[in-house]
Design a protein around this ligand. Structure first.
Ligand SMILES: [Zn+2]
Length: 216
């Protein structure tokens, strides 16, 4: 059975998720927000205690709070990093974004450029099932939803939160695109789909259609 374990990371309370299949002993990570050493250690400890092998990382987008740990994942685990090419420009911006938020960043935070960037719709195999990356631009140009159809599980990044949506005033944000992506999300998934956002609590599409002012 596939499950997702949240780790709340960094000053932005970003949700890093370890998605794992206990039977096969495999895992992947959705976003890597580890900023502090304690956050990196908690991540290591979980994988070790569960005897999980990390297979890859997927980024929902490349804002700094979702990628503080990309360097750590690449160096410690040597796994492929997948993200949308449309967000790659944000990597060059990393240090200035950090400075704008008054955050110190060191070599351990500097995100590597991946040779596994993708563009448009993309899918990966994991533990005998399929993971779909669905473009949802707006919060950033390369924002994607990460969908596991077999589990009816959706990682919404900063596109959709419980009761809210991502801001569009950060680099590359576009309000009209975000509205289109939310419309697509509302139409594309079953109401019972479980949504795990990049910040805050889990939700469902049914709940958001009822209570989220951006989806009603
Ligand atoms: Zn973001």
């Amino acid at each position: 059975m596939i499950a997702a374990e949240p780790f709340v990371c960094n000053a932005f309370a970003q949700n890093t998720y370890i998605v794992h299949d206990g039977e096969r002993g495999e895992a992947f990570v959705v976003d890597a927000g580890m900023y502090e050493e304690t956050e990196r250690l908690a991540f290591d400890r979980f994988l070790k205690q569960r005897r999980l092998t990390l297979k890859f990382l997927v980024n929902t987008h490349l804002h700094l709070d979702h990628i503080f740990g990309n360097r750590f994942i690449a160096d410690r685990y040597g796994v492929p990093l997948y993200y949308a090419k449309e967000d790659e420009f944000l990597l060059n911006d990393f240090a200035s974004q950090a400075a704008a938020f008054g955050l110190q960043v060191g070599a351990e935070h500097l995100p590597p450029v991946s040779e596994n960037a993708f563009s448009g719709h993309f899918s990966l195999a994991f533990a005998g099932t399929e993971i779909k990356m669905i473009p949802a631009p707006g919060h950033s140009p390369g924002s994607v939803l990460v969908y596991l159809p077999s589990e009816s599980l959706l990682f919404s990044g900063d596109t959709l939160f419980r009761g809210g949506v991502g801001r569009t005033d950060l680099p590359g944000g576009n309000t009209a695109q975000l509205k289109e992506s939310l419309k697509m999300t509302a139409a594309a998934f079953d109401e019972s789909v479980k949504i795990l956002p990049g910040h805050g609590l889990p939700t469902t599409l049914a709940f958001e259609k009822k209570y989220n002012p951006f989806l009603i």
